[in-house]
Design a protein around this ligand. Structure first.
Ligand SMILES: *Cc1c(COP(=O)(O)O)cnc(C)c1O
Length: 401
């Protein structure tokens, strides 16, 4: 995925990107960290398969689509720099993460190292496991820029550390954690490393071998621009064989004799028998679509737009941009004096501008440390425009009057 010296990144053809995104005609969509607008090829793949199910039957449609369904694994493997047998497709990013995390056998005194950006749906299972088993959750301090301190992490490693967990890009802002440096610490220490890349995949190149993670989870609907309710899991081959899923059905395993079962050898041991073929196909198309633009080109444009937004927002009276981190991504968060984030969201919605509100309960460690209860989250993508940013700022400015 890395661009070699001298190799040119092909810039995004904005007119085509917008023409292929029906929603661009209706809304200014700055909620790509929630769910991006689907491009037409994704929409068509999903609808075509639903139509096929209605016309010939669900199982029969899946059989006919089998080669395409299998290609989804190849697409995801290519996107992440993985092997196809290391990929599982499930219903959400959280479920993907849970399937791996709940397979780990943690006991009293075992330490889980995590960081300030950790997502609530990861931290709650940590608390649950801590309560059940006596495992300990330790939070690695952040460095002055706000990202996880790799030095502090290195200093916290001991024999009792059984897991390093990192949220690559948090749900609540522009921060990009140094996943690769964390991976290097994890590999040196021989400790499993689970990476929540839900906000990273689709807005930047993400390569599991370069990062050195054992597990990665992500979703279709966010920056990948896929449909809702489909997520995926990567588990490194050698690590996979050590993991017995905490939940397993007749797809993840085979009932081979009355008293025995055999787990699938690949990562699909973490999947369910039942899945939505239409959304899975849509995910595959979304991955191919992103790769056709190029993840470097996507990152350059989306991050550039976000930087522009961060530069212009402070011109609006009362606005404070809240993003932290040495390197900042396509997610922009801010607050406004005397205005509740929910009010701002509603006011913008009246102008057909989509943002969302990020609340302390989603990223409590970070929000508490910064004394924040909630923020407005404006997350841009490569198909957004400089003109939309100006209209966004003007709408906010109008709201201050
Ligand atoms: C959205 C998000 C998730 C959860 O993804 P789902 O598909 O809703 O399960 C996990 N981690 C982070 C950082 C997220 O932003």
């Amino acid at each position: 995925m890395t661009v070699r010296a001298g190799e040119q990144v092909k810039p995004i053809d904005l007119a085509r990107a917008r023409e292929e995104t029906p929603g661009c005609a209706n809304v200014i969509h700055f909620n790509n960290a929630g769910a991006s607008l689907m491009p037409r090829p994704v929409l068509e793949a999903v609808l075509d398969h639903l139509r096929l199910e209605a016309s010939i039957g669900g199982y029969e449609a899946a059989e006919r689509a089998l080669p395409s369904l299998e290609r989804v694994y190849d697409s995801l493997a290519t996107l992440l720099g993985a092997h196809r047998d290391e990929i599982a497709v499930v219903e959400s990013s959280t479920r993907a993460w849970d399937m791996a995390f709940s397979s780990l056998r943690l006991g009293r005194g075992d330490r889980i190292l995590t960081s300030a950006a950790e997502y609530a749906s990861n931290y709650i299972p940590f608390l649950q496991v801590a309560r059940r088993t006596g495992a300990i959750v330790d939070v690695v301090p952040s460095d002055p820029a706000g990202q996880v301190s790799v030095e502090a992490l290195q200093g916290m490693i001991d024999d009792r550390v059984k897991l390093i967990s990192l949220t690559y890009i948090p749900t609540n802002g522009g921060l990009v954690n140094p996943a690769r440096a964390v991976g290097a610490v994890a590999r040196r220490a021989g400790v499993p490393f689970i990476l929540d890349a839900c906000q990273a995949v689709g807005q930047m190149p993400v390569d599991v071998r370069e990062i050195g993670c054992d597990v990665l989870s992500a979703t279709g609907r966010k920056f990948l621009r896929g449909p809702r309710a489909v997520g995926f899991l990567y588990v490194r081959r050698e690590f996979l064989h050590q993991l017995e899923p905490s939940l397993v059905d007749m797809h993840g395993a085979t009932w081979v004799s009355r008293d025995t079962y055999a787990l699938r050898p690949d990562a699909r041991r973490f999947e369910n028998f039942e899945s939505n073929a239409a959304t899975k196909l849509g995910l595959g198309v979304a991955v191919d679509y992103a790769m056709a633009w190029g993840l470097e080109a996507i990152r350059d444009r989306a991050w550039g737009l976000a930087a522009t937004l961060r530069t212009k927002l402070p011109n609006v009276p009362g606005v404070t941009v809240r993003d932290i981190g040495a390197e900042k991504c396509a997610i922009v968060t801010f607050t406004m004096e005397d205005k509740k984030p929910e009010e701002i969201k509603s006011a913008l919605a009246r102008e057909r501008i989509n943002v969302t509100v990020t609340d302390a309960t989603a990223t409590r460690l970070d929000m508490e440390a910064r004394g924040l209860l909630s923020m407005v989250r404006a997350s841009v993508h490569y198909y957004n425009t400089e003109e939309e940013i100006d209209r966004f700022c003007a709408a906010l400015d109008g709201f201050t009057l």
